[in-house]
Design a protein around this ligand. Structure first.
Ligand SMILES: Nc1ncnc2c1ncn2[C@@H]1O[C@H](COP(=O)(O)OP(=O)(O)OP(=O)(O)O)[C@@H](O)[C@H]1O
Length: 506
């Protein structure tokens, strides 16, 4: 094992420290989530926060923003120790946490949602609503979101953008972004980064949580790394670091990137044939996937990739369409997920909260649950088989928890995602559809997930991976379909699956 580089965070004498924590500790029940963490953030910088799933990042920013109470330690704002820290006090001081779960009021327009942060702050009777609305409309320009669009009708990405914009619009001085780029397209990400740079030049400070080394290297000035709840190192000069340095800091060891050995599928007989799939704007006349093939699906939001998966899984009504497995006859698309499971079709949603894990249940119950649903067509598992199955996925996915009996809602975000993944893999499907399977997963486990899917494909399962992660598509799939306006606009295979091609999907 190599020793991780030991960068220390040296406070630059030139720059003022805006936010600092000292000896910060957090214990949940018996679990030590943070231990003696010292960290300072300079004003007007973008400060990256990195660490494996469960390292303590969300806990730390939860404390900094007043959402969680520390067990010990002190928070300093502009070098003044804070006696009382709660969300209201921190927002008043200009510290905002933007989480991945958008806090959006569906029946209001996009512009009105931006103004929500301002309303409670107006102490005097007179508010220039017209000016406020004009400002909100101006801010939405170029984001692809119409100012008068009803928020409830916006897709997940647009809702996340509104969430970020609102913190900015509310006059945030220190804006903490917890994995803001998950599932954003390359263009969206570039737009967000431009926006952050602009605000940085106006003096706004950002704390930016990400599992993507390339993002940290691109946008951050400084970085801090947590490992097992401790401060593991950092740098005030991100420009001097490489992606390998960051991985070593995060993992405490070097990282071996997974690379699928690309296989040639054009000659083989199809294992799954889709015909005349129509649902809303989605229109796929014909698509064949071979046994063991991994097909990547990408495109701009609303392009059709997600819609295809949802129609095939019975989550979205299709006006026409059939699916034929090699050993069966053509059937109409399932009308319901239970029907899809029974047909051997599994789907991992990109929305963990909506149709992902059942949070009060244990990890083991969650993993065996959908396997049981799938097995309902055949034999039931006995308790011993159930335990063996969930234990296998618990271990192979490296789920970080004391044991598999722990309730899912006490896990970190990335570990919850792994449980969801374990659930769909355990159903042993014929067609496996994964929507953003490595979103929120740390750089080490991401390699494991790609490896597990690769191994599964070698047992003959046909796989569709819907992804906005260019790197994942380049390294892990055999063929890429680029969707646009509901149709497959382009198909890439072999060497044609390049980063440069996938970075420009517009
Ligand atoms: N409410 C809670 N009750 C019990 N344990 C918790 C709770 N919230 C977090 N934990 C535990 O604290 C540890 C740190 O979790 P945290 O969510 O801060 O990690 P993280 O670095 O943000 O991870 P990820 O990258 O997966 O989001 C984990 O072991 C997690 O299981």
């Amino acid at each position: 094992m190599t020793t991780a580089p030991t960068f220390r965070l040296e406070a630059s004498p030139a720059a003022r420290t805006v936010l600092r924590v000292e000896n910060l500790g957090k214990i949940y029940g018996g679990l030590v989530a943070l231990r003696d963490v010292d960290l300072s953030v300079r004003a007007g910088t973008i400060h990256g926060l990195l660490g494996e799933n469960g390292a303590g990042k969300s806990t730390l920013v939860g404390i900094m923003s007043g959402q969680r109470k520390p067990t010990s330690g002190t928070i300093y704002l502009d070098e003044k120790p804070l006696a009382h820290v709660d969300v209201q006090a921190m927002e008043k001081a200009g510290v905002f946490l933007v989480t991945q779960e958008p806090m959006i009021i569906d029946h209001l327009s996009a512009a009105e949602n931006l103004m929500l942060g301002i309303w409670p702050k107006r102490r005097f009777g007179f508010v220039n609503w017209r000016k406020l609305r004009q400002d909100a409309e101006r801010m939405l320009k170029g984001t692809g979101i119409a100012a008068d669009a009803r928020a409830g009708a916006l897709d997940a990405v647009a809702r996340r953008k509104i969430n970020i914009l609102r913190a900015m619009f509310s006059g945030g001085k220190v804006i903490i972004l917890d994995e803001p780029t998950a599932a954003l397209t390359v263009d969206d990400r570039a737009q967000l980064f431009d926006f952050m740079r602009r605000l940085k030049s106006e003096g706004v400070t950002f704390i930016f949580i990400s599992h993507f080394n390339d993002e940290i290297l691109e946008i951050c000035d400084a970085v801090s790394v947590l490992r097992d709840g401790r401060y593991a190192g950092g740098s005030e000069d991100v420009g001097s670091l490489t992606s390998e340095d960051l991985s070593e800091l995060v993992l405490g060891r070097g990282l071996v990137l997974f690379e699928r050995e690309k296989r040639q599928f054009s000659a083989g007989a199809p294992a799954v044939i889709l015909k005349d799939i129509r649902s809303g704007t989605l229109d796929v006349p014909s698509l064949a996937i071979r046994a063991g093939e991994i097909v990547g699906v990408t495109g701009l939001p609303g392009g059709g990739g997600k819609e295809l998966a949802r129609a095939l899984f019975g989550l979205q009504r299709a006006s026409s369409g059939t699916i034929t497995f090699v050993d069966g006859e053509a059937r109409t698309l399932p009308a319901h997920p239970a029907e899809a499971f029974a047909d051997g079709i599994a789907y991992l949603s990109d929305d963990r909260r909506k149709d992902g894990s059942i949070s009060q249940m244990s990890i083991a119950e969650n993993i065996s649950l959908s396997a049981e649903v799938a097995l309902a067509r055949g034999a039931f598992m006995n308790a011993e088989q159930e335990r063996a199955l969930s234990q296998r996925y618990f271990q192979s996915l490296g789920i970080k928890a004391p044991n598999s009996e722990v309730a899912v809602d006490t896990l970190s975000g990335g570990n919850q995602q792994k449980v969801c993944l374990g659930r769909v893999l355990a159903t042993k499907p014929k067609l496996l559809m994964l929507d953003e399977p490595t979103r929120g997963i740390d750089v080490g486990v991401k390699q494991d997930v790609l490896r597990i899917v690769d191994e599964l494909s070698r047992t003959g399962v046909s796989v569709i991976i819907i992804s906005t992660d260019t790197d994942e598509l380049v390294r892990a799939v055999d063929r890429v379909l680029i969707f646009h306006n509901g149709r497959i606009r382009e198909e890439l295979a072999g060497e044609a699956i390049s980063r440069s091609r996938l970075r420009n999907l517009g």
